[in-house]
Design a protein around this ligand. Structure first.
Ligand code: FE
Length: 338
């Protein structure tokens, strides 16, 4: 009994929550693929007594599973990376609206769904890396990457990658479909090699000399600063970077976030967990554990993340960007970006 009371107290202190349920279990469907997230979950359990059952898989599989389970789904919370996947779950009717003063106060408006079906908890910037030895005038904007001056120099992953889908969707949001199509056409022209591998492989391409310029999310580089990443950490001096669009819209931000499942059996615990993810304690951990940017203002950055320097982030409403993902997909197909 004492344990339950103190657990409830801890939750209220933790997130200012009005959480009062006694359900002590939470089923978390997560496609975040970072071993370091373990701490996030154990801290929540320590503070609340709520045990987290983790069901991990890739986002598409988890979305299909939730859809197949329907009203009987045990899923309480769906966590994933990239706005496109959050929106796909929302569009499929798999998430429910959450009315939380804590989340409204702590998660910036542009990083949550207009209907409160999903909320962002951490960000990464999708930026331009380059070899300072071979690139004298690096691209300063996303549109610059498609400039004929960089023909045969640019490495970026395939169009099946959701980070690229959301980046192109953001370009559509800012510049319109015509400019976005021109950009994608120019990008294909500038490829140093056929798109392959993950973001870290684009950075490794700079080290190997295959790529002069590479597009990658910031955390893959920051991770190589924090700990040893094969083929990268020993050669960090070969990699410079620019945060694009600093005189314009700001650097594109990729979001990781989640929402409460439509038929969550432990709804109160699910809301408490989302509120916990917006707490200072969890926000610090997104940065220290996985080299991401916290979404909550004023939360300190890990040294590996601060190392990247200060920059202006694009604050476009990601809910709006998500609406342009089908158009982005069509453009990728049209221009033959594999
Ligand atoms: Fe990633």
């Amino acid at each position: 009994m004492t344990r339950t009371v103190s657990a409830l107290l801890a939750t209220s202190i933790l997130a200012g929550s009005a959480f009062t349920a006694t359900a002590q279990e939470l089923n978390l469907y997560s496609s975040r693929h970072y071993e370091t997230d373990e701490r996030l979950y154990s801290d929540f359990t320590d503070a609340t007594g709520i045990v987290i059952n983790r069901i991990e898989g890739n986002a598409d599989e988890l979305i299909a599973r939730m859809a197949a389970e329907g009203m009987n789904s045990p899923a309480d919370v769906f966590l994933t990376v990239d706005t496109s996947r959050l929106q796909r779950a929302a569009d499929a009717g798999l998430l429910q609206a959450v009315d939380s003063d804590v989340l409204e106060a702590r998660v910036p408006a542009n990083l949550q769904d207009d209907d409160n079906l999903w909320f962002g908890f951490s960000q990464r910037s999708r930026i331009i890396f380059y070899n300072p030895e071979t690139v004298e005038n690096p691209p300063m904007t996303y549109l610059d990457l498609a400039d004929p001056a960089y023909e045969g120099m640019v490495c970026i992953r395939s169009s099946t990658n959701t980070y690229n889908q959301t980046l192109l969707a953001a370009i559509i949001t800012h510049e319109g479909e015509e400019v976005a199509t021109e950009w994608a056409t120019g990008m294909v022209h500038n490829f140093a090699r056929s798109p392959q591998g993950g973001d870290t492989d684009q950075l490794r391409g700079i080290v190997s000399g295959e790529c002069d310029i590479a597009v990658s999310n910031s955390y893959y580089f920051a991770r190589a600063v924090r700990r040893d990443v094969d083929g990268l950490s020993d050669h960090l001096d070969m990699v410079a970077w620019t945060f694009p669009d600093q005189a314009g819209n700001g650097a594109h931000m990729n979001l990781s976030g989640g929402g409460v499942a439509a038929h969550a059996p432990n709804r109160d615990a699910a809301v408490a967990f989302l509120e916990y993810l917006a707490s200072d304690q969890a926000q610090v951990y997104f940065s220290a554990g996985n080299d991401e940017f916290p979404v909550v203002e004023g939360v300190p950055l890990a040294p590996s993340v601060a190392h990247l320097g200060e920059f202006i982030a694009d604050d476009v409403a990601l809910s709006e960007v998500a609406g342009n993902i089908p158009a982005a997909q069509a453009i990728f197909n049209q221009v033959g970006w594999p």
